[in-house]
Design a protein around this ligand. Structure first.
Ligand SMILES: CC(C)(COP(=O)(O)OP(=O)(O)OC[C@H]1O[C@@H](n2cnc3c(N)ncnc32)[C@H](O)[C@@H]1OP(=O)(O)O)[C@@H](O)C(=O)NCCC(=O)NCCS
Length: 168
């Protein structure tokens, strides 16, 4: 008997359309009312099925969480891009469809992403979150992240504060 319905694995070419759909639903859910509408629409527009296809083809590190045959969320990861942070790994994105949030999938994806970074020899992990994204801020703090740096991101007329969490 199959006892677990949720599985984390690398993204495959057949996942591109589902990833574009998860990205759109999660980003609208997380950022509508925070990131100005036009910027958010443009960011979502750029991440169409073709973008995901190319990323999967290039073997970018993309993990998907599949639940009951559906892609519920994803994480992307790699080398830390911010020199000022004293860690080698970074989770670039971690997103779940709204209907799959709050049931432990985020924690599972986070654990799988940090384990993969460690397997690849990268020491320590950073994640950036917009300070206005209360869910992400609460989630990363609950997972024991230390918020150690701040930055800013400009969208149209708005400048939004972002926070870096690290796990050493
Ligand atoms: C943020 C996100 C990844 C969290 O994943 P999730 O599956 O909802 O979270 P989980 O159910 O795995 O929660 C893990 C732990 O974090 C805690 N947590 C989650 N959200 C929280 C919040 N807003 N405030 C405080 N604690 C929170 C949970 O209580 C849980 O702790 P517990 O196991 O001790 O009870 C998910 O909600 C999501 O995709 N949100 C929209 C997109 C987004 O903001 N992504 C992050 C961009 S930086």
């Amino acid at each position: 008997m199959k006892t677990t319905l949720a599985e984390i694995r690398f993204a495959e070419p057949a996942d591109a359309a589902a990833l574009a759909a998860v990205h759109e639903a999660a980003w609208r859910g997380a950022y509508a009312g925070i990131i100005p509408h036009r910027s958010l629409a443009a960011m979502i527009g750029r991440r169409h099925v073709g973008w995901w296809n190319r990323a999967i083809d290039r073997q970018a590190a993309i993990l998907v969480l599949e639940f009951n045959g559906e892609i519920a969320g994803y994480a992307t990861l790699g080398r830390n891009r911010t020199g000022a942070l004293d860690v080698e790994g970074e989770i670039y994105e971690l997103y779940l469809k709204p209907e799959y949030q709050g049931v432990g999938f985020g924690r599972r994806l986070f654990r799988a992403a940090t384990a993969l970074l460690k397997d690849r020899g990268l020491r320590g992990v950073a994640v950036w979150a917009l300070a206005d994204n209360d869910n992400a801020m609460g989630f990363y703090a609950a997972l024991g992240g230390a918020d150690i740096a701040e930055g800013a991101e400009r969208f149209e007329t708005e400048t939004l504060r972002k926070v870096a969490f690290v796990w050493r």
